[in-house]
Design a protein around this ligand. Sequence first.
Ligand code: NAG
Ligand code: NAG
Ligand code: NAG
Ligand code: NAG
Ligand code: NAG
Length: 365
Amino acid sequence: MFPSLALGFLLAGIAAVTAAKSSSCIGTISSLDDVSNAIECTTVNINAFTVPGGKTFKLKLLDGTTVNVLGEIQFGNFSWAGPLFQVSGNDITFNGNNKKWDGGGPFYWDGQGTNSGTQKPHPMMQISISGTLNEVYVLNSPAHAFAITNPGPLTISGVTVNDSLGNFPNSKSGNRAAAHNTDGFDVSGSNIIIKHSTVINQDDCLAINRGTNITFADNYCETGHGISIGSISSDSVVSNIEISGNHVVSSMFSFRIKTDASATNSAVRNVTYSDNVATNCTDFGVLITQSYPSNLGTPGNGVTISDINFHHGTTSLTAASGAYRVAVNCGSGSCTGDWDWSGLKTSGGKVGSILNNHVISGMTY
Ligand SMILES: *[C@@H]1O[C@H](CO)[C@@H](O)[C@H](O)[C@H]1NC(C)=O
Ligand SMILES: *[C@@H]1O[C@H](CO)[C@@H](O)[C@H](O)[C@H]1NC(C)=O
Ligand SMILES: *[C@@H]1O[C@H](CO)[C@@H](O)[C@H](O)[C@H]1NC(C)=O
Ligand SMILES: *[C@@H]1O[C@H](CO)[C@@H](O)[C@H](O)[C@H]1NC(C)=O
Ligand SMILES: *[C@@H]1O[C@H](CO)[C@@H](O)[C@H](O)[C@H]1NC(C)=O
């Protein structure tokens, strides 16, 4: 009994050492066929290649893996659900090196996004890692670009979503912008920092659907729907959010909290906006609404919104002519706590309505 048990331990030990040794290899991916071997290594280098249409480029990484993107990734043009890329693992260092991930947007864009028309693979980039994601450059996403659902603390830095080509109409979109529903970052996770990133698109730059302890700092958002919390559906909590040092340019909204009119049992708590600059805001500068999808419809009151502050540094906002600077549309009794808006400075546009909110102080709107 004893010797065979000892032999068992010895063999297990050797197996563990062998496994540890072999995972320190460098895996190289130049086609989907290389993926299964490469992800046995804790360094994975990705060369330029084209992912065949209708396939997800899926990386299920070992803990502690470093990924280096060394060439441009293209995706075959094919109408399907997606996602196009999916990465998961703990304590990952993902170095995008600003190499382009080209989603082939113009092939799909028809002005209708994910509402109807051509099926568009989305999200383009499904990120389910903890660790860091740096300098990933997405060009022309078919629809939503990044979806973030992290298993642990994650810092995203220097990422680009460039769907600027989608601002122009094409032969399938009539006179509408060709791209639609091209959200930059859709976040359902906690302990996330997104910084020094750029999003040029046609929908939310950031949309936080659920999660706590999320910082969005020093980013640049252009032509989309600005920085959003929500939309909040039922049984969801978003809390402890910091939005600071961002630039929001030529966007429909700048800072928005949107909760579904029909949502129940949800909350948005403790959101701080500081040191942001928003210019040429075309519809609403600040919009806090509980009637989503309608901007100023009949608000629901199944979501509590509390402690929303513009302070600790001035946020300046310039509305385009005809746009509302600030509008607040709360359900009866569902916006609570002390809201200090003394750090919000607005100009241009016109005054908006404030419904069911008796808790804002220091606002000049
Ligand atoms: C997909 O179509 C778009 C637009 O037509 C094009 O820019 C892109 O290169 C195409 N992708 C591939 C892999 O052929
Ligand atoms: C975005 O892409 C367009 C081409 O579609 C290019 O002209 C522009 O320089 C890019 N902008 C950024 C910020 O990368
Ligand atoms: C908040 O998130 C950051 C970034 O992931 C992390 O470093 C920090 O420990 C988190 N704070 C708390 C209180 O969990
Ligand atoms: C509010 O959120 C900030 C992070 O944005 C955090 O530091 C602070 O502790 C939170 N306050 C409360 C009362 O939870
Ligand atoms: C304001 O933003 C709109 C929408 O993005 C854009 O069409 C317009 O050119 C911008 N105006 C200026 C002066 O930047």
